[in-house]
Write a protein that binds this ligand. Structure first.
Ligand code: SER
Length: 692
């Protein structure tokens, strides 16, 4: 049976037994306690707790899952054994107060032994030590003596919430494979593999660990598709089943390297990470420095490191993504629908990390001979993190083969010190820049149109509290240029990110751009030395720019929609426009009703779908006023102003960066509406990939 056929067999069986088949939920859970969807039951938590009504008393699905952060984290193990994945598919059936233990066990048993034809003698079952009932059912239905365990047979999605005892079914690969029975010290040997877990969801656990009964008795089961494929194809290694063989072939074709016993971990890691990164981004995760975005960035960077081990340079997962679509796109059409966007996001990440990976490896290799206690000093791990973008776990993974660990406490100490420094910096540097009275205003008009300006001249470098003539690799600096395409934070819009280059090599990673008066200040970390008067090429991160620009145009549409749905007295009182996210403050005397909020969101989305042109024009203030351009309350404008017009619905004076068609916003979603002071309301809205 092929990997893709198993899904159908599973779902057909449960459909025949009265279950409603539902699609996989998103990998981004609607649940603040989890970074990712870690199991099929995540979308049913509220149903178990009695706060949501189920769509049917019995349902089944195949759920996309990621276990790579938080309580359920398998990231470190991927590549180094036969079974771990960060992304996997969990097949499951659920009963919401309908059938309970006996019927659940009977169906699992029938499907395993009669439908997919596993040898009943090769199945070992376990139950919870307290669960006489499930133990007796196994005896009656299958003549099986269950092994009774404690911790392993109790399942919970998180620290709090629905949980209960469970029964597991394990497949025996036979005595030739090393490994002991479940519960034995050598259980991880590989001989017995868990193929199904039936959880009897009976309790709700609160924050202090107390159990109270759930309103109903429920069933939650989970069966790993990858493991079923391994058992049915008689492969000891999940990564030797048909789907992975095909993905590994794509890796081989791209890198020109054949899989061997030696490089097998790299093949596993790349194919696994292709699935988690591809699926997560298709579901709307954007690689970033926080939360799930950082988990995905870390996974992507680990994959690139393994590409490098195979001798491959440059784009990796973005090149492999079509192979993923080929294998899994029929079951998950979103992979195909999002192809362009996913490939672009991955490629951007890969581009910005490729050089840093090379340079960081050089640094690491030069440090290795100095290590004497099998431990990399924390400050080196921190430098790799801070200057070369190596997540801590990437450094750990690289050193794992060499049996070298990382001084994690030392790493964290450096991290803490840097946070304190940067807090002090933001207080102090404005005054320092203001003291540079000779510094000319930065010419930054090209921020409205160009990606790379012609080369620009370094005028001043601030390191710590000192203006210096030159600075070195690894230094945190702030730099002023004679001209720049970077947008410095102003008018509520956050500044650009990007790089400075010299002959195509990155010299500096610019993490933020600010303004002090009319001087644009680029802040970031040097990847190579830099000196005053030298020419460099500033280059903005187009991806982030686009996300910010679409958020800014969306802010204008939001204001127009609020005026239409509420009334014309609504006026902007402040805003923060960041990549794909908007915070908008406006004058209005009461909370919006749910209908009003929906109407505003719908109207914004209608305008997005109409794909109206957005014009950017410079004119004198009088002409702008004649046009009826809205100005911001209390704001001073110069004689020449920019006017941003979206179709016939919005016309505003604005110095920010914008898109050219409303369709580029893709989608808008209002997240929250609340009061921030008397008569002032605040709306937060997501757009683009985040909203999707
Ligand atoms: N929630 C249980 C698990 O993840 C059964 O689906 O194993």
């Amino acid at each position: 049976m092929t990997y893709n056929e198993i899904r159908k067999v599973f779902l057909d069986y449960f459909e025949k037994h009265g279950h409603k088949i539902v699609p996989s939920a998103s990998l981004i859970p609607n649940d603040p306690t989890l970074l990712f969807t870690v199991a099929g039951m995540v979308q049913w938590k509220g149903v178990f707790q009695g706060t949501e009504t189920p769509i049917a008393p019995r349902v089944a699905n195949v759920q996309k899952c990621i276990r790579a952060g938080g309580k359920h984290n398998d990231l470190e193990d991927v590549g180094f054994d036969n079974r771990h994945h960060t992304f996997f598919e969990m097949m499951g059936n659920w009963s919401f107060g309908d059938y309970f233990k006996e019927e659940a066990i009977a169906m699992s048993w029938e499907l395993l032994t009669k439908v997919i034809g596993l040898d009943p003698n090769k199945i070992v079952v376990t139950t919870h030590i307290s669960d006489d009932e499930a133990t007796a059912i196994w005896k009656k239905i299958a003549g099986k003596e269950a092994i009774r365990l404690d911790k392993d047979n109790w399942w919970a999605a998180g620290e709090t919430g629905p949980c209960g005892p469970c029964t597991e079914m394990h497949y025996d690969f036979g005595p030739d494979v090393p490994g002991g029975l479940p519960g034995m010290p050598d259980e991880d040997g590989g001989r017995y593999v868990e193929v199904w877990n039936d959880v009897f969801m009976q309790y709700d656990r609160d924050a202090s660990g107390n159990l109270s009964p759930l309103p109903k008795h429920n069933i939650d089961t989970g069966a790993g598709l990858e493991r079923w494929a391994a058992v049915l194809q008689n492969k000891l290694d999940n990564y030797d089943t048909d789907l992975f063989v095909n993905l590994k072939r794509a890796v081989s074709d791209l890198t020109g390297v054949k899989e061997t016993d030696e490089n097998k971990p790299s093949f596993k890691i790349i194919t696994d990470h292709l699935r988690s990164v591809g699926f997560a981004i298709a579901d709307g995760v954007i690689p970033s420095n926080a939360d799930r975005g950082y988990v995905i960035r870390r996974i992507l960077r680990r994959a690139m490191r393994h590409g490098q081990i195979l001798g491959h340079r440059g784009a990796l997962l973005s090149e492999l993504y079509p192979a993923l679509i080929k294998e899994m796109g029929d079951a998950y059409p979103e992979l195909k629908h999002q192809e362009k966007r996913v490939v672009e996001i991955i490629r951007n990440e890969e581009n910005s990390f490729a050089d840093m990976l090379q340079n960081g490896m050089k640094l690491l290799e030069s440090e290795l001979p100095k290590i004497n206690n099998s431990m990399l000093p924390g400050d080196i791990a921190f430098k790799l993190f801070d200057t070369y973008g190596f997540p801590l776990d990437l450094t750990q993974m690289i050193l794992r083969d060499k049996n070298i660990s990382v001084d994690v406490d030392g790493f964290e100490k450096c991290m803490k010190e840097q946070k304190e420094r940067s807090r002090a910096d933001t207080r102090g540097t404005k005054l320092l820049w203001e003291s540079q009275t000779d510094l000319p205003d930065t010419i930054d008009s090209e921020k409205y149109d160009t990606k790379t300006s012609s080369s620009a001249k370094v005028l001043a470098i601030l390191r710590g509290e000192e203006f210096v003539k030159s600075a070195n690799t690894g230094d945190e600096v702030e730099i002023a240029l004679d001209h720049t395409p970077f947008y410095g934070t102003q008018g509520g819009q956050v500044g650009d990110m990007g790089v400075f280059k010299r002959n195509n090599d990155i010299v500096m990673n610019v993490a933020e751009t600010n303004r002090v008066g009319n001087v644009v200040i680029h802040k970031g970390t040097l990847v190579a030395p830099i000196s005053v008067n030298e020419e460099i090429m500033p280059e903005i991160n187009q991806n982030v720019r686009q996300q910010t620009a679409r958020a800014h145009t969306a802010t204008h549409l939001l204001q127009a929609a609020l005026r239409k749905v509420l009334n014309d007295d609504v006026e902007q009182r402040g805003s923060k426009v960041a990549p794909d996210s908007v915070r908008f403050d406006f004058s209005f005397g009461r909370a919006l009703t749910a209908e009003e909020k929906q109407a505003v969101e719908d109207l914004v989305n209608k305008w997005i779908n109409e794909d109206m042109p957005v014009s950017h024009e410079e004119m004198d203030i009088e002409s702008a006023k004649k046009r009826g351009a809205m100005a911001l309350f209390g704001e001073k404008y110069g004689d020449r102003v920019r006017v941003i017009t979206a179709g016939d619905v919005s016309c505003e004076l604005c110095g920010g960066t914008h898109i050219y068609h409303t369709g580029e916003i893709i989608k808008a979603r209002i997240n929250k509406e609340k009061s921030i002071s008397s008569g002032i309301r605040r709306i937060t809205m997501s757009v683009g990939a985040l909203a999707e």
